[in-house]
Design a protein around this ligand. Structure first.
Ligand SMILES: NC(=O)c1ccc[n+]([C@@H]2O[C@H](COP(=O)([O-])OP(=O)(O)OC[C@H]3O[C@@H](n4cnc5c(N)ncnc54)[C@H](OP(=O)(O)O)[C@@H]3O)[C@@H](O)[C@H]2O)c1
Length: 248
């Protein structure tokens, strides 16, 4: 039977799994016994990440286009129990000079990709779903979609708030098919996206976070493992801030 907090033997696909939060999620799932497909554009990075994790499989692909999503979904055989829509990007520019590319690059990856990848993987998710152990989609939103910060990241904030709402609409639609859809909304975590946020910025952010620090690997691993396990089977359509209280 199903162990409440176990993800052992389950198949997962994590986008953007070669860096930052996606790598943290992939490691947490693989170390707990899931077979994790490592998705990112960089094939060598996918191989390298997969080689470090027990049972992980490299699955390079670009999810920012429908062609890329379809190519990726075409390589998935068998049931998928856990889909982590994590790949994301950000652009920062003053309002008056924010470009169409600043908009499209972000919205295509942060909002369009989770929708169409989930849509194209529905047969695999349905095949992995059961009443006692639902298949689960975990969307990686952001504290930036919960409250407006000081940075001029217009498309990012809109895409993440949109992803949170998309999470709820897909959750409602899929609940009856034993597929749960939830989002996590991280605060600041070390990653490729945040290298400019060096020590001074991290210290300043930490000072403004009620928990007094930026996020760590285990902060992502814990919530992802929980949401991916049967223990979270009655939770759907939620947005869980993982931000040390930053969004309060
Ligand atoms: N870090 C934070 O503080 C923070 C806070 C809140 C929310 N988030 C969210 O967390 C998610 C991950 O962010 P991160 O900071 O961990 O990012 P990151 O370190 O920049 O890593 C991004 C990952 O996504 C992959 N990727 C980029 N474009 C892709 C594409 N078109 N198709 C497939 N994979 C792609 C990258 O690999 P390739 O370049 O090889 O494709 C890489 O593996 C994002 O959705 C972000 O908005 C991050």
């Amino acid at each position: 039977m199903y162990e409440t907090f176990s993800v052992a033997g389950r198949t997962a696909l994590v986008t953007g799994a070669t860096s930052g939060i996606g790598a943290m999620a992939a490691a947490a799932l693989a170390e707990a016994g899931a077979t994790v497909h490592i998705v990112a554009r960089g094939a060598a990075d996918c191989e390298e990440t997969a080689a470090k994790l027990p049972g992980a499989v490299a699955l390079p692909g670009d999810v920012s286009t429908l062609d890329g999503v379809e190519a990726l979904a075409g390589h998935v055989t068998g049931p998928v129990h856990i889909l982590v829509n994590n790949a994301g990007t950000v652009r920062e520019n003053p309002l008056g000079s924010f470009t169409e590319a600043d908009w499209d690059d972000v919205v295509d990856l942060n909002l369009k990709a989770p929708f169409f990848l989930t849509q194209r993987l529905l047969p695999a998710l349905r095949a992995g779903a059961s009443p006692h152990a639902p298949a689960t989609v975990i969307n990686v939103g952001s504290v930036g979609g919960l409250r407006v910060g000081p940075r001029q990241t217009y498309s990012y904030a809109a895409s993440k708030a949109g992803l949170h709402q998309l999470t709820k609409s897909m959750a409602r639609r899929l609940a009856g098919e034993h597929i749960t859809v939830n989002a996590i909304a991280p605060g600041l975590f070390p990653s490729r996206m945040t290298p400019g946020d060096g020590e001074a910025v991290q210290a300043a952010v930490s000072a403004s976070v009620p928990r007094g620090r930026i996020g760590r690997v285990g902060d992502i691993g814990g919530v992802v493992r929980f949401l991916a396990s049967p223990a979270a089977g009655y939770i759907t359509g939620t947005i869980i801030p993982v931000d040390g209280g930053m969004s309060l």
